[in-house]
Unconditional design. Structure first.
Length: 129
């Protein structure tokens, strides 16, 4: 049996240096909802800068209400939001921030993927200015 090890850079550090932590507690979602907000056609983004004593790194949460559709539609929308966050946040997100990506009704699950990526990048730029 072969054990797979994560890729390591030349200096011995992991090749993927930014690991996204997922928000799980309701209190984290509520605190983030009181922060900055920006809406795009495909995604509504909520963000807040954490206090100095809180956990390091980039934290992200995902939510889709029943307005998005049935369970299948909500799960599809959340899968797409997770993938967009995985691709965009390590390069455009900021250390010490919490982000919540909210799915939109009938749009998040059906919008072209490149448009979702562009929407998140635009929202992050607006949040951080």
């Amino acid at each position: 049996m072969t054990v797979l090890k994560p890729p390591v850079g030349p200096d011995g550090t992991p090749a993927v240096s930014v690991c996204l932590q997922v928000l799980k507690k309701r209190a984290d979602f509520v605190r983030t909802s009181h922060g900055r907000r920006f809406g795009t056609p495909g995604i509504h983004l909520q963000a807040r800068k954490r206090a100095e004593g809180e956990a390091p790194g980039i934290r992200v949460g995902f939510t889709c209400s029943k307005k998005v559709g049935n369970a299948v539609a909500r799960n599809r929308a959340k899968r797409r939001l997770r993938e967009v966050a995985r691709l965009v946040l390590p390069s455009h997100g900021r250390e010490g921030w919490d982000y919540v990506l909210v799915g939109r009704k009938d749009v998040t699950a059906s919008l072209p993927f490149d448009t979702l990526i562009a929407d998140l990048k635009r929202a992050l730029t607006k949040i951080h200015t």
